[in-house]
Design a protein around this ligand. Structure first.
Ligand code: 9MR
Ligand code: 9MR
Length: 594
């Protein structure tokens, strides 16, 4: 795709966008009944618009001006209850801004506040409360329910977002690329349920891998927290935690993607082209299962191995599932052993998401680690190749970090073959690296230049997830604070001034690239989805220009536009929501006992 041309039209559109932002900030200042000079959005105070637990580190980012102090004003009053000194100013290269930090960590009184700095509009309001992330965590998980395929969303669960069933997926064709002796081209198979991947309606095994794993890990790490949550989904009240019921919706689909004749796993279930701006039930083009691949088999094997051990505790609720999942995992692992380098590229007549990972060493290591943990068989430990497997922040194409995360969590129950020292070292070294970034950054957020890619907000959440592994292993409170800063980042302490989670914060995305949110005729998007986030690639530049929209900036941390056209900065995706669930739930669970 071509880089966008930055013509006069684009400049005019971005000027219009800027003035739209201005009015938002002026409004919020006046509703606090203070007279402050109007300022452009880059001159606004950036703070987590949801808020903080009482004992957390609490920071805001303040554009540099001559002020050297800030204060906290309780909502509905005009009297400061706290005053502090701003840090020295420094420049954040990712946004080009010169900023100061307002640190009010030692203020812990519950309530609703704004931050005030002379010469600037007051910040958006935020809360200090022990249960401050419960709602955003619930919503980020409920978002998966809203993205369910093959089912009607009833008003009693979905409220105004109720909709008819879409995509029964019981008449799916085997695509030529997936044809085999037992299932020739055109064979009809059934692959219902699962979650739509993102703003599109297709279902991709590779991306389901990291997503489903991350949600399973949230449960494995914080089972008591999730046992108490009540999401009002159709299965609520059935005695199984809602998180596990929601995950089961996708596991059932994933199982249908395995060919029982050979254990191989289809890469995706998809239409040939992306559907239009339609509701699920209106998007009725023929669906296909496409080409088996090694990455699909290994993602599938890893997830089924984890699911087997997690649902073993729920045998009565899901009879036989735990055994079935492990058998499916082992069959997929066998297929990958026999077919170790079947990388994926779209066949010429398939134009939907590719998820074409070309490097498979990490997927082998991850699947081996999960099979090892679940079965206790040393041959799987050997297959991890632990000495050569680094720990890096995970994404859909990069699963090594997930292996280390699981090994660290289960470290007390591993067989003697496991290298305990190596497990601790891998987790801690990555956390240290991110911690150093946190301390050096002008925004006090561990985001590197290379983190501003398609889905950068999920990179932020995955960075936080790995810091949290460091915290869980070693108990170093600074790792938790650095993770907190990343949650602050996606909820408002970022250079765009948005809280990126729909419906959570004062200034949130209204035009996410999400077909149901776009086509349902309801102004507010479905709540609980995290937008992809800023990144300078602007691969949708031409698409946006056609729509008369344009990015306000080329800077990595500001390159975001809240418009339907922007699938490269404003789409939503299950693999982006999952680490938001993990991180918001983890921080809530770890903090509420403080
Ligand atoms: O809607 C599609 C989105 O889910 C994908 O992430 C994106 C990139 O593959 O593509 C979107 O579809 C667009 C297509 O690629 C080009 N024409 C416009 C489509 C919708 O805006
Ligand atoms: O998240 C994916 C990103 O890493 C890629 O750069 C991008 C373009 O290939 O595709 C993203 O994934 C999209 C997928 O292909 C189709 N469904 C929507 C996903 C999020 O935009």
């Amino acid at each position: 795709m071509l880089k966008p041309r930055r013509g006069l039209l684009a400049m005019l559109a971005s000027a219009a966008l800027l003035s739209a932002c201005q009015s938002v900030d002026t409004d919020s200042a006046s509703s606090a009944q203070v007279s402050q000079p109007p300022a452009e959005s880059s001159a606004s105070i950036k703070v987590n618009q949801v808020g903080f637990t009482p004992t957390a580190t609490k920071m805001a980012v303040v554009p540099s001006n001559s002020a050297d102090r800030f204060s906290l004003i309780p909502e509905g009053t005009n009297t400061a209850v706290y005053s502090g000194r701003l840090s020295a100013s420094s420049t954040w290269d990712h946004s080009g801004e010169t900023v100061k930090i307002a640190d009010f960590s030692d203020f812990s009184r519950t309530g609703e506040y704004r931050i005030r700095v002379e010469g600037l509009p007051d910040s958006h309001p935020f809360s200090i409360a022990p249960d401050v992330y419960v709602d955003v965590n619930d919503a980020s998980l409920k978002a998966f329910y809203f993205n369910r395929a093959s089912t009607e969303l009833l008003e009693e669960h979905a409220g105004i977002y109720a909709r008819p069933a879409g995509h029964p997926d019981d008449q799916v064709k085997v695509h030529s690329s997936a044809a085999s002796r037992h299932r020739p081209e055109g064979t009809i198979i059934s692959g219902p349920k699962g979650w739509y991947d993102a703003g599109d309606y297709n279902k991709y095994i590779v991306n389901s891998g990291i997503t489903t794993y991350t949600l399973l890990a949230a449960y494995e790490h914080f089972p008591e927290y999730y046992a108490e949550r009540e999401l009002n989904i159709p299965e609520s009240g059935n005695g199984v935690p809602d998180l596990l019921d929601e995950i089961m919706w996708n596991l059932e689909w994933m199982l249908t993607m395995q060919d029982p004749n050979d254990g191989g796993v289809y890469h995706k279930l998809t239409t040939k082209r992306f559907e239009g701006r339609l509701m699920p039930h209106e998007a009725t083009n023929q669906r296909y299962v496409v080409k088996k691949g090694t990455a699909a088999a290994l993602n599938f094997a890893a997830v089924m191995a984890v699911a087997s051990r997690v649902y073993a505790d729920y045998e009565e609720d899901f009879p036989g599932f735990s055994t079935q999942a492990l058998e499916a995992a082992e069959a997929a692992w066998q297929w990958a052993q026999a077919n170790p380098d079947v990388t994926y590229r779209n066949p010429e007549d398939i134009h939907t998401g590719q998820y074409g990972d070309q490097t498979l060493f990490d997927e082998f290591g991850w699947a081996a680690a999960e099979l090892y943990i679940t079965t206790g068989q040393d041959r799987y430990y050997e297959a991890i190749m632990a000495d050569e497997l680094a720990n890096v922040v995970p994404n859909w194409a990069e699963s090594r970090g997930l292996a280390w995360m699981s090994l660290a969590h289960h470290r007390d129950n591993l067989t003697p073959i496991a290298d305990q020292r190596l497990i601790a070292k891998r987790i801690d070294e990555l956390a240290q690296e991110l911690h150093a970034e946190w301390q050096e950054s002008a925004y006090r957020v561990p985001m590197r230049r290379s983190d501003f890619v398609w889905g950068s907000n999920a990179v932020a959440m995955n960075n936080a997830m790995m810091l949290l592994q460091g915290y869980r292993l070693k108990g170093d409170g600074e790792y938790l604070e650095a993770a907190q800063s990343l949650l602050d980042y996606v909820l408002g302490r970022n250079a765009t001034g948005y809280s990126f989670v729909t419906g959570h914060g004062s200034k949130t995305p209204m035009h996410i690239h999400h077909r149901p949110s776009d086509a349902d005729g309801i102004e507010e998007p479905i709540p609980g989805f995290i937008a992809g986030g800023p990144q300078p690639g602007q691969q949708d530049g031409e698409n946006c220009e056609e729509d008369g929209a344009s990015y306000p900036s080329d800077k990595p941390a500001k390159s975001y536009v809240d418009h339907w056209c922007s699938y490269a900065s404003n789409e939503i995706a299950i693999n982006w929501n999952a680490p938001l669930v993990y991180v918001s739930g983890a921080i809530q669970a770890l903090r509420q006992t403080d």
